[in-house]
Design a protein around this ligand. Structure first.
Ligand SMILES: Nc1ncnc2c1ncn2[C@@H]1O[C@H](COP(=O)(O)OP(=O)(O)O)[C@@H](O)[C@H]1O
Ligand SMILES: [Mg+2]
Length: 305
């Protein structure tokens, strides 16, 4: 089976500005891929080039094994896009917009599918409301329903939760997990790292048009994340057993960073207890995807570019 999406050397230039610079990426069926990067990094440009909304300058895009330059139309029937900007006709009801969308994708009317999506996105009560009367959050829910109504095999979510409330974010995360359970491939852009941390199987980092890193989330966290043991003592400690970490100047706490070379935290604790030190509290901190990404963007790997 061909990959769902293959992008090779994809480049978009606007006069002087290179918005996307030779991006290469393969997305396999059934994965959730998070494209992370600051504002202006090129995330929307990448999605736009793939979906045919932005004319690429250079490079290749294959959807379901079909080269965009050979057949730009057919594969798009299996793609859904939740755009970053709200862009629908205000003169239809919620239900009508979804019916029109199905028609647009050449699918027959499917009331059961529409009702299912309305329920999943908590829009059932608003089904007959005019879209212009919806709140911002409701409009975003409808935008998501519209992108999914024709059961696309590949869905792009371009900052779907930017500026939305926590409830919608949670509903959407649940729905994305359900989609994956059904075998749908999801590409999501976000600058909320928590979103990628919660959902993604793989993460790509894009900055100034360059896709600098693509890796499985666990591998990335393992490679660049760190675990830190912190121990607080009830009374000041004069010295620590060798190799168990760094003692604070006041003697009241210890910090131990777990690395391949260092003692495991369990061994550190065993030694502290064996030395009868007055351990009062123990905590382990694990770096977040945010810590890891800051290291990628600012650290040696980032500055190498
Ligand atoms: N139509 C356009 N004309 C000129 N520059 C553009 C256009 N669209 C996007 N850009 C520029 O391309 C870069 C990438 O933009 P974009 O893909 O929207 O970033 P992101 O989605 O990661 O925030 C930005 O510097 C942006 O200003
Ligand atoms: Mg964008």
């Amino acid at each position: 089976m061909p990959a769902v999406l293959e992008v090779e050397g994809l480049t978009k230039r606007y006069k002087q500005l290179t918005a996307l610079d030779h991006a290469t990426l393969t997305i396999d069926a059934g994965e959730i891929f998070a494209l992370l990067g600051p504002n202006g990094a090129g995330k929307t440009t990448l999605i736009g080039c793939v979906c045919g909304l932005v004319k690429k300058t250079e490079g290749k895009v294959k959807l379901f094994g079909i080269d965009q330059d050979v057949d730009p139309v057919k594969p798009r029937f299996d793609v859904g896009l939740v755009p970053q900007e709200i862009n629908f006709d205000p003169f239809f009801s919620v239900r009508e917009s979804l019916e029109i969308q199905l028609g647009y994708y050449g699918r027959p009317a499917d009331r059961a599918r529409i009702d299912e999506l309305l329920a999943a996105l908590k829009l059932t009560d608003k089904a007959e409301a005019q879209t212009r009367a919806l709140s911002g959050g409701m409009k975003r829910r409808l935008l998501i329903a519209k992108a999914l109504v024709h059961r696309p095999k590949l869905v792009f979510l371009d900052e779907p939760t930017a500026g939305v409330d926590i409830e919608l974010r949670r509903d959407l995360w649940n729905y994305v997990r359900k989609l994956r359970g059904e075998g749908t491939t999801v590409v999501l852009t976000t600058h909320y790292l928590e979103e990628a941390e919660q959902l993604a199987d793989r993460v790509g980092v894009i900055d100034r048009g360059r896709l600098s890193l693509v890796e499985r989330k666990e591998a990335l966290m393992k490679r660049l994340g760190e675990r830190r043991l912190e121990v607080r003592f009830g009374t000041p400690v004069a010295a620590l057993p060798p190799g168990t970490g760094t003692l604070a100047a006041d003697g009241l706490s210890l910090t131990h960073v777990e690395t391949k070379e260092a003692l495991p935290s369990t061994e550190v604790l065993r030694q502290l207890y064996a030395a009868n030190l007055p351990v009062a509290d123990v905590a382990v901190h694990t770096s977040s995807l945010e810590d890891v990404l800051l290291r990628v963007l600012r650290g040696p790997e980032g500055s190498a570019r």
